[in-house]
Design a binder for this molecule. Structure first.
Ligand code: GDP
Ligand code: MG
Length: 783
């Protein structure tokens, strides 16, 4: 019987884990090892994947992968053993831990002035970024989706010069599974920080400690930060910190990153262990009495075998030994052991497998988890079910429920659009527009009054005020959109969407994880492309990146709003939603095409943690909005301002730099004239429109500012083109090449060839789609 055969709500004990390679290692690292009890929480609305609960946390798994896990059913009540509760909670010891972590007085401090580098390491969603922000006062984006941190970020600890702390992508183990996990492992292994701050989500302590155990093997000073203590104690749980310290052999500090509790104590400890280079006291977690001590003897034998090689290669020896036993090719290569030693290694390992009755990877993972079980039994009193878990369970009943999940998702997205375009965004937009108009009139009067030169007057009013002003008035829509997207992401909902949509996305050749970059793509393509690094396979990453430009980014909103205001004011939301649906539809068609051609084969397995729903903190949300507004305004006053001025200049002068009376004679008209024939079939053979589209390559918002500058003289855009042409224009802008910033980020991920491909391909698709719209319009007679 396999895990696939277990019904919703029932439990089973793992007998063996099949499969091979990185996926199998990943499953083991996530705690699916022989002997573990797993409860099937629910199947996704479309029947696949399945949500399971083990070691007190929730994980998603595809049926195909669940089928590889042999299990035997167990009845519900034998699942949880009673946990021993610690009776007394002692006073937590202070700095230097009373000499417990180095013999008192013997520690030599590093010379003052040495740069103390720290790595912030932990599972995904354990609160690393929140802590990083607290420590450095910086404003990194925080999200409640596995893998929001995609790049490493450095900062100085507030008030502590000579420190440098690096926020790394979340990892579950030191066996990297996705490309960003490799970033974290390489950082710890190669850059050898002076100290590691290991952040542990205490509400999910078993799974989090698994990484801790591996960090302790790295031979680098470690301090463990038990985060989310507020949630733990708020629900009646507690941790005997001193006992845990004694068992782990490193300082353990309970904190709450979100509430900024215990953070300064953590800093004290971190500085102390780094300054005195207090390495973990204990790395030896294999118990000689456990299962006849097979794993223990094997590990120690291998440690002796490779000791000299590890030293030479600069690898921590116990870590290298574990990896050598697991057969990690990267590490074995680095060790450079000869054939003889390889054979000995194999013999030792085979003997262990025989004695232990488990294969090598499972045996090592099991050794770690049994130690963790002992630690938790001795030091952790878990709350029965925390408020957050109860809440999550109740919410999940609706949000991932069989019949409710998809309607809710559509409803949520619809509501977000409605609120953004028709209510909140629109209200502020009107307000801002009126303000800018007033200001323009005022400036106009002032310039006239002062008798300023006509050309300069034109530049300021028709160029800068009209152009940049029109862009700025769209700020509210963009900020609102980002607000909702970040709310969904930060709360943990998007992870559920990935769970619900996995089966559907699989039909397109993607996995549920790809939904995140794609949804972020509705905000901005740049972070969307970056967030694909969380995808574990190269194929999925590439395909997702190539699809993100089809998700209409917020910078295109001003274009839509501009045309909708001019042509279809009564159907504002309808036209907007229509555009979004169209872009999704075309995205799907392209994905299907890719699946058949460029990206044949299967999407990677979908093993993902489902975090508890958490209310995003006001601070995080406000910070994000502030960042986005700042970013947008900076662009409005740099790229867009310059583009506007250049366009104004080119349309005001001819090739001999004489001021032209009719802009048809201008430099711009002549140059754009070469491209207009290409746009004529779309009904857009007007040089002004072509110019605006070209400027959109710099930044999408400048399409509007350029149109505003070029059409302001002659009764606006609605006098110049038909409604059908306007719709073609909308479709073309929806799909054509992403802006320079997005292309640059695609280039960074996939290289120049693919970036060029995206530019050309998007333009071709846009052109074809716009033509179809026009032909269809003519056919049904609305030309
Ligand atoms: P990362 O993925 O490790 O960088 O985690 P984040 O910093 O993005 O945090 C994940 C989620 O946990 C966010 O919703 C945070 O608001 C929340 N969070 C972080 N620290 C705490 C804490 O101490 N207590 C509580 N209750 N929530 C926290
Ligand atoms: Mg983060």
């Amino acid at each position: 019987m396999t895990l696939k055969d277990i019904k919703e709500g029932q439990s089973a004990r793992v007998l063996s884990v099949g499969g091979s390679g990185a996926l199998r290692q990943h499953l083991l690292d996530m705690g699916i090892i022989p002997g573990t009890d797993i409860r099937v929480v629910k199947y996704a609305p479309m029947g696949d994947p399945v949500e399971i609960c083990l070691h007190g946390y929730e994980l998603t798994l595809r049926l195909d992968d669940a089928d590889k896990i042999e299990v035997e059913p167990v009845s519900g009540d034998t699942v949880r053993q009673e946990e021993k509760l610690p009776k007394t909670v002692n006073e937590h010891l202070g700095l230097g831990e009373d000499g417990r972590f180095h013999p008192k007085g013997s520690g030599e401090a590093l010379p003052s002035g040495t740069l103390l580098t720290f790595a912030l390491v932990g599972n995904q969603n354990s609160g690393k970024t929140t802590l990083f922000n607290q420590l450095t006062g910086s404003k990194q984006h925080v999200g409640n989706f596995p893998g929001v941190t995609v790049d490493r970020k450095d900062g100085v600890i507030l008030g502590q010069k000579d420190t440098l702390i690096t926020d790394l992508p979340g990892i579950y183990s030191m066996s990297p599974y996705s490309s960003e996990e490799l970033v974290s492992r390489d950082f710890v292994l190669n850059e050898k920080p002076k100290g590691i701050i290991d952040i542990v989500d205490v509400t999910n302590v078993e799974r989090n400690l698994y990484l801790t155990m591996q960090l302790l093997e790295m031979d680098i000073p470690v301090v463990v930060a038990l985060n989310m203590m507020d949630e733990m104690t708020g629900n009646g749980g507690s941790v005997d910190v001193n006992a845990m310290e004694a068992m782990l052999g490193v300082p353990v500090v309970p904190i709450s990153a979100a509430k900024n509790q215990g953070v300064s104590e953590l800093v004290d400890h971190a500085l102390h262990i780094a300054r005195y280079q207090e390495k973990p006291q204990r790395q030896d977690f294999c118990d000689e009495n456990e299962h006849g001590g097979a794993v223990h003897r094997c590990l120690h034998a291998v440690i002796h075998l490779i000791e000299d090689h590890a030293k030479q290669a600069g690898l921590p020896v116990r870590f290298a030994a574990c990896k050598a036993i697991e057969g990690d090719p990267l590490i074995i290569d680095q060790l450079g052991i000869d054939e003889n030693e390889k054979e000995t290694l194999e013999h030792i390992t085979l003997q262990m497998e025989k004695e232990r009755g488990l294969d090598r990877s499972a045996a090592i993972a099991d050794m770690r988890f049994s130690f963790i079980t002992r630690v938790c039994a001795a030091c952790v009193k878990k709350p029965k079910e925390s408020r957050e878990q109860t809440r999550s369970r109740k919410l999940d009943r609706v949000l991932t429920g069989k019949y409710t999940a998809i309607p809710v998702f559509i409803g949520v997205m619809g509501l977000v659009c409605f609120l953004t375009f028709n209510v909140i965004g629109a209200f502020f937009e009107d307000l801002l527009e009126t303000g800018i108009d007033e200001l323009t009139v005022l400036a106009d009067r002032a310039l006239t009054y002062a008798g300023v030169n006509n050309v300069l007057h034109g530049l300021i009013i028709d160029g800068i005020f009209k152009g940049v002003g029109s862009v700025i008035s769209f700020l509210p829509i963009i900020v609102t959109m980002f607000f909702f997207l970040s709310l969904l992401e930060d709360s943990g909902y998007i992870a559920r969407v990935a769970f619900v949509m996995d089966k559907l996305l699989r039909k397109l050749g993607l996995s549920g994880r790809s939904i995140v970059p794609l949804l972020i793509g509705f905000g901005c393509t740049v972070p969307a492309v970056m967030s694909t690094r969380t995808l574990p396979s190269q194929r999925d990453r590439k395909m997702t990146i190539l699809l993100t430009p089809f998700m209409s980014c917020t910078a295109k909103l001003p274009i839509y709003a501009f045309f909708v205001d001019a042509f279809f004011p009564r159907y504002k939301a309808l036209v907007m939603i229509g555009l979004y649906l169209l872009s999704i539809l075309i995205g799907i068609l392209v994905a299907l095409l890719y699946k058949k051609t460029l990206f044949q084969g299967e999407a990677v397995p979908f093993v993902m943690e489902l975090p508890n729903y958490r209310l995003p903190t006001a601070r995080n949300t406000l910070q994000l909005l502030w960042e986005k507004s700042k970013d947008f305004l900076q662009r409005a006053f740099s790229v867009i301002l310059i583009a506007t001025i250049v366009v104004w200049f080119l349309q005001s002068f001819d090739f001999r730099f004489n001021l032209v009376a009719d802009s048809r004679d201008s430099i711009l008209a002549t140059v754009s004239g070469f491209l207009t024939p290409l746009f004529a079939p779309l009904g857009l053979g007007d040089w002004r429109i072509v110019t605006s589209l070209v400027s959109g390559f710099m930044a999408k918002e400048s399409v509007v500012s350029v149109l505003e500058v070029l059409f302001s003289a002659e009764g606006g855009i609605s006098a110049a083109i038909s409604a059908l042409a306007a719709y073609s224009m909308l479709v073309f802008s929806l799909l054509y090449t992403p802006c320079v910033a997005a292309i640059a980020s695609i280039r960074r991920e996939l290289g120049g060839k693919w970036a060029l491909y995206v530019v050309l391909w998007q333009c071709a698709v846009a052109w074809a789609a716009a033509l179809l719209v026009r032909l269809f319009g003519i056919l049904i007679g609305i030309a």
